[in-house]
Design a protein around this ligand. Structure first.
Ligand SMILES: [Zn+2]
Length: 287
């Protein structure tokens, strides 16, 4: 493992802001869908029926392509074959969206759950799928999963994940653990949101006066976790800490009038959030 000062990797926020403002190139490329379940109505995220896709965000910052998480790499599927919680379509979907996977320069990783990192590893060989990209990961997450003593302390179901991470990720020279809430790419900042996992991280993107929060899994299924932030799902490793992080992150998105999108938000995955009683309501909007 190596940790470095970010100064060698970033220009400066001012330069980045100016560059972004000049050509307005902040764009989110959405993959084509492989949706077999009914879509929610475009007016808002329904809570009557919950679709749970796995979404990978590719951000074009000037000429740089930054990918946020890597999906499940055809190694994560729902038990229900009709579900849209499937993986293995990333390469095809990127091509359909006009994105050359070889041109991804940076991959930001929110946390080390399979539906976010297995897309970095070839299914049978564990070979790197993005060998030429810099893979920037939260240092707290890296430390947790690569600690050899963690395996015995994890629930049985999570042990193979820790084993796979420990045998592969530390061998890669292009993995960069980053502490705290640094600007990891000009215009993109890590936002610490622990609880879902110990180092779980959101991504804050700014372009001129506009801001977007990629909340990763802080409110993973918004119909459940945003509407009822006090509900504690099994996917949150530390439920109380996850709830605190969730409320803090969503309150910040509201206070700063940001757009928000999450890794498992229903299509189109992008919206605005407002207080709604004891919880939060997300409405789809592209403006
Ligand atoms: Zn997830």
């Amino acid at each position: 493992m190596f940790t470095t000062s970010r100064r060698s990797l970033i220009l400066s926020a001012a330069v980045a802001g100016a560059a972004l403002g000049l050509d307005g190139s902040l764009a989110i490329a959405a993959p084509t869908r492989r949706q077999q379940t009914p879509d929610p109505t475009p007016a808002g995220f329904t809570t009557a029926f919950v679709t749970i896709p796995i979404t990978v965000f590719v951000i074009k910052l000037n000429d740089k392509l930054v990918m946020c998480d890597a999906g499940g790499g055809d190694q994560v599927q729902a038990f229900n074959p009709q579900s849209c919680f499937v993986s293995g379509r990333l390469m095809a979907n990127m091509k359909a969206a006009g994105i050359d996977p070889k041109k991804i320069e940076t991959v930001l990783v929110s946390h080390f759950h399979p539906d976010h990192i297995f897309g970095l590893l070839e299914k049978k060989t564990n070979a790197p799928v993005f060998p030429n990209a810099e893979i920037i990961v939260p240092a707290a997450e890296y430390k947790f999963w690569t600690d050899p003593s963690i395996t015995g302390r994890l629930p049985k179901g999570r042990r193979p994940l820790a084993h796979r991470i420990q045998t592969v990720i530390p061998m890669w020279k292009n993995v960069l653990p980053v502490e705290g809430e640094d600007e990891v790419v000009p215009g993109i900042r890590f936002v610490s949101a622990p609880g879902h996992t110990p180092g779980h991280t959101a991504f804050h993107i700014s372009s001129g006066n506009e801001q977007l929060m990629i909340s990763s899994d802080a409110a993973y299924v918004p119909a459940l976790c945003a509407k009822h932030p006090g509900w504690h799902g099994v996917f949150d490793q530390d439920a109380a800490v996850a709830e605190t992080s969730r409320r803090k992150l969503l309150d910040r998105v509201i206070a700063d009038k940001m757009m928000i999108c999450g890794s498992h938000f229903p299509w189109p995955g992008l919206g605005k959030i407002a207080k709604d009683g004891a919880g939060y309501a997300i409405t789809v909007s592209t403006a």
